[in-house]
Ligand binder design. Structure first.
Ligand code: PLP
Length: 424
């Protein structure tokens, strides 16, 4: 028996023993842990009966479609822009993104003639560029609206901008691009200054009403002492005269309460007004009480950053534990002369991206599932769930405890090696 055959037998019997334990572990979604949510429990009761906003508005009543002034100021500081260019509304940035794209597609951003869907004639479709791997829910927005998705390669500095520019130049039906510019979901990439500058000029070579969906979900979600800086897309676009193309989004979902935070969107004043008017058809105003209690609780960027340090204290050990399992069990090991996998070491955000040897991601996910460890479905980081190499697996360490991470990662590394040896 060769060494590889002996190792395979050893792993197969270890796998059967794990299966018999009927584990029930979950590394799927990037949800904050209960201890993280507890950091913001003082939100409850912050207002103490004082519902007056800075401008005298009663937060309990209807109105205020753009958000209360102090929340707009807060969001402007967070998104590094001016309050006039910001709207605060709803509890979910994903909802704002869906509503923005749906409105641009169906109704238009400057009246009915500007609707993206109007340009799609002769069976053609409106298209979006999707740097991949990317965030599955961005892709679901396009899928739900019938917008065709074109994957774009990711580099260590952000999307491959040669490819992006060549595509938008050659097809005016490409109406937008999804971006997570800092600590990208799932590969942790932070876009370089050069990439952001090229984004600021993109609308000059794109078709009409092109939009960059700049989802800065992890702007302050650092895991390191000297976090990388992201160039300011809004101000670069302003310099280039392309401000209308920048749609910058954020939320407090992973700062305070994931289901009861506040979400914000920034762009040109005209864009923000048009979008707020559109939302005004379906609501007579956002939850201003939630906005007010958030601003009173977080206070300002200093308050927010000190809260994020407390998040980091909870999250960092979990990321380190995941990486320790990968380093200890997989680093330096090869099958067929190839490494068993590659993985990211994120400086922030919520995910570690693991790449199996080509063709094995779905098998590893299935083996883990049968051993009681749920992972995000293979392929979900790609448009239409089609990972061309079948190799990406997104690991989300935030929600489980350290003990659960230990158990789940022991199963994961075993399944990676088992799948690789079985396929050899
Ligand atoms: C890149 C990205 N954008 C948006 C969201 C969701 O944000 P929200 O809760 O504000 O809708 C997530 C959540 O995982 C995310 O990873």
């Amino acid at each position: 028996m060769t060494n590889a055959q002996a190792r395979l037998q050893e792993l197969q019997s270890a796998y059967q023993q794990i299966k018999a334990r009927k584990l029930n572990l979950d590394l799927t979604r990037g949800k904050p842990a209960t201890a993280q949510l507890d950091l913001s429990n003082a939100l409850d009761g912050t207002l103490q009966g004082n519902y007056r906003c800075a401008d005298g508005t009663d937060a309990r009543n209807y109105g205020g479609g753009l958000g209360i002034p102090e929340a707009r100021q807060f969001a402007a500081d967070y998104l590094e822009t001016r309050p006039a260019q910001v709207m605060v509304g709803g509890n979910s940035s994903l909802q704002l993104m869906y509503q923005y794209v749906a409105n641009a597609h169906i109704n238009g951003v400057k009246g009915a003639d500007s609707a993206w869907s109007k340009e799609a004639r002769d069976g053609q479709k409106v298209k979006f560029l999707c740097p991949a791997p990317g965030y599955d829910r961005h892709f679901s927005v396009c899928e739900a609206l019938g917008i065709e998705m074109i994957p774009v390669a990711m580099t260590e500095e952000g999307p491959d901008m040669d490819q992006v520019e060549q595509l938008v130049k050659s097809d005016s039906l490409i109406k937008g691009i999804w971006c997570v510019p800092k600590y990208a979901n799932p590969n942790g990439v932070v876009y370089s200054d050069a990439v952001v500058s090229r984004f600021a000029a993109l609308a000059k070579i794109a078709g009409a009403n092109f939009r960059i969906m700049w989802d800065n979900a992890y702007a302050e979600h650092h895991l390191v002492d000297n976090p990388p800086e992201l160039a300011n897309l809004l101000s670069l676009c302003e310099q280039q005269g392309t401000l209308d193309s920048a749609i910058v989004i954020g939320s407090t979902s992973k700062i305070t309460f994931a289901g009861a935070g506040m979400a914000f969107i920034a762009s040109s004043e005209a864009n923000i007004k048009q979008f707020a008017d559109y939302l005004g058809i379906s609501t007579i105003g956002p939850d201003k009480v939630n906005q007010l209690r958030h601003v009173r609780f977080l206070k300002n960027m200093d308050g927010l950053r000190s809260l994020m340090q407390q998040h980091r204290a909870i999250l960092q050990p979990k990321f380190e534990r995941v990486l320790k399992h990968l380093d200890d069990s997989l680093a330096g090991k090869t099958v067929n002369g190839q490494p068993l996998g590659n993985w990211t070491r994120p400086q922030g955000g919520y995910f570690v991206l693991f790449d199996t040897q080509p063709g094995l991601a779905d098998k590893v996910v299935k083996l883990c599932a049968e051993a009681g460890v749920k992972l995000t479905p293979a392929g979900s980081t790609w448009p239409y769930q089609r990972d061309p190499n079948n190799s990406n697996i997104r690991l989300a360490p935030s929600f489980p405890s350290l003990e659960e991470i230990d158990e789940a990662m022991a199963v994961f590394v075993l399944c990676v090696e088992l799948a690789s040896l079985e396929a050899a």
